[in-house]
Write a protein that binds this ligand. Structure first.
Ligand code: SAH
Length: 394
């Protein structure tokens, strides 16, 4: 099917011909006169060749391509895409009795730009990042409920903070299908409450699953500091891994409560764990030397946009330097950046500067990234966002 037309300037079709799913506003020469934000559009080259269909949005990324042919975008289209996505998660072995939390749809990585779907114990939490996906939310919910083998009972829509504010869409967070039944999900045999109603993102950071598993293997007999703990994911893996003590820190009192609740859920009466509602930098300043020998630094994205990269890199350097200066000899440091705008090389350089500043001997043991249920569309390398280093510090 063909939709309202968007025509590109001469020569601007080449990235689409290589299946890059974005059209920048600067590449467009003509818009259909009645075009509105969130519309389905058909994109054409300057000489009238149809290049694909997608969602139109006001801003620097003007179109997010859903197809590179003339396929109609309807419930059947979404069902095909989520069926493909589920097949990948099944192949990854993420749907098990002891694991029912995973990302089903990761935007461009699953050929659905602008859409994120996380699954928690039979509830799908849907986030639209584009007005077009917001308008398609009922078709998406329908497709999810028809998805064979997914066993979904509820679909919760949570886009109040992810849609462009200027679009005035007033997306109300709400159940599109079903209602609340349980908020306890399981990851690798560990349980956690997911607060999709009020929590950050979809309620849990599924993207650290594999990195938390790795941490578990290093935790035995160590004194662990989980900085920026949010719901405490790294903390309960460390406890299961046999840590001597685990301290969780987050500036949000709500996060600290969630962490405590989750520790209690998995390890009732646990005495090795304590959580503190404090600013990371203040905590590190006040921290005694040699108090910890396994530290996790998983801060929020310091650079949300390209313009903020410089300050973000200073932030990463300062944060890592503070930890490196004080952790005990023979320590392990898990350090992350989830800023899409900061490259792997830039982040590594910031950590290198921090190491040099602390004058410690440091080895890189692992270079970490996002897990396979956050796949990267090979034509859209921008989808790689999570970077981590595991360091051995003497
Ligand atoms: N490691 C977590 C995810 C971290 S998200 C996990 O595995 O689930 C980032 C967290 O950093 C948020 O919970 C936020 O409340 C917290 N945060 C933001 N700024 C902070 C600061 N200055 N000091 C401490 N915590 C902060």
């Amino acid at each position: 099917m063909l939709y309202k037309a968007i025509t590109l300037q001469r020569g601007k079709e080449s990235s689409l011909e290589r299946f890059h799913p974005w059209v920048f506003s600067g590449a467009i020469s003509r818009y259909a006169p009645d075009i509105e934000e969130g519309d389905l559009v058909s994109v054409y080259s300057h000489d009238g060749r149809h290049l694909g269909n997608g969602h139109y949005q006001i801003g620097s990324i003007a179109v997010r391509l859903l197809t590179f042919d003339d396929r109609t975008i309807d419930t059947a289209f979404f069902l095909d895409r989520v069926t493909d996505a589920l097949r990948v998660r099944q192949a990854l072995g993420l749907m098990r009795d002891d694991n029912n939390a995973f990302r089903l749809v990761h935007g461009e990585g699953d050929f659905l730009p602008g859409l994120v779907v996380d699954i928690y114990a039979g509830t799908a939490v849907v986030q639209a990042h584009s007005p077009g996906m917001h308008f398609a939310r009922l078709q998406i919910a329908d497709a999810l409920m028809q998805l064979p083998g997914a066993g979904l009972r509820n679909v919760y829509y949570k886009s109040e903070t992810t849609l462009p504010y200027k679009a005035h869409l007033d997306p109300e967070n709400q159940y599109l299908v079903g209602s609340y039944d349980t908020d306890v999900a399981m990851e690798n045999g560990l349980q956690f409450h997911v607060d999709w109603l009020k929590g950050q993102k979809t309620g849990f950071f599924v993207d650290q699953r594999e990195n938390r598993c790795l941490l578990e293997h290093y935790a035995r007999n160590r004194r662990v500091l989980n900085m920026f703990c949010y719901t405490g994911g790294f903390s309960f893996y460390a406890l299961r891994g046999g840590a001597r003590l685990v301290h969780s820190v987050d500036s949000s009192a709500k996060a600290v409560k969630l962490t405590n609740d989750n520790v209690e859920l998995n390890f009732p009466g646990e005495t090795r764990h304590e959580a503190f509602a404090e600013d990371a930098f203040k905590f590190l300043d006040a921290m005694e030397r040699d108090a910890y020998d396994l530290v996790i630094l998983d801060p929020p994205a310091f650079a949300k946009h390209k313009s903020a990269i410089k300050n973000a890199l200073v932030g990463y350097r300062r944060l890592n330097a503070k930890a490196l200066e004080k952790i005990a000899p023979g320590s392990i440091l898990f350090t992350f950046s989830c800023s899409q705008a900061v490259s792997k090389e830039q982040f590594r350089l910031a950590v290198f500067s921090a190491a040099a500043q602390s004058r410690r001997r440091v080895r890189i043991l692992h270079q970490l990234t996002q897990p396979a249920d956050h796949p990267i569309n090979i034509y859209h390398p921008e989808g790689e966002y999570l970077k981590g280093l595991v360091l051995y510090v003497e």
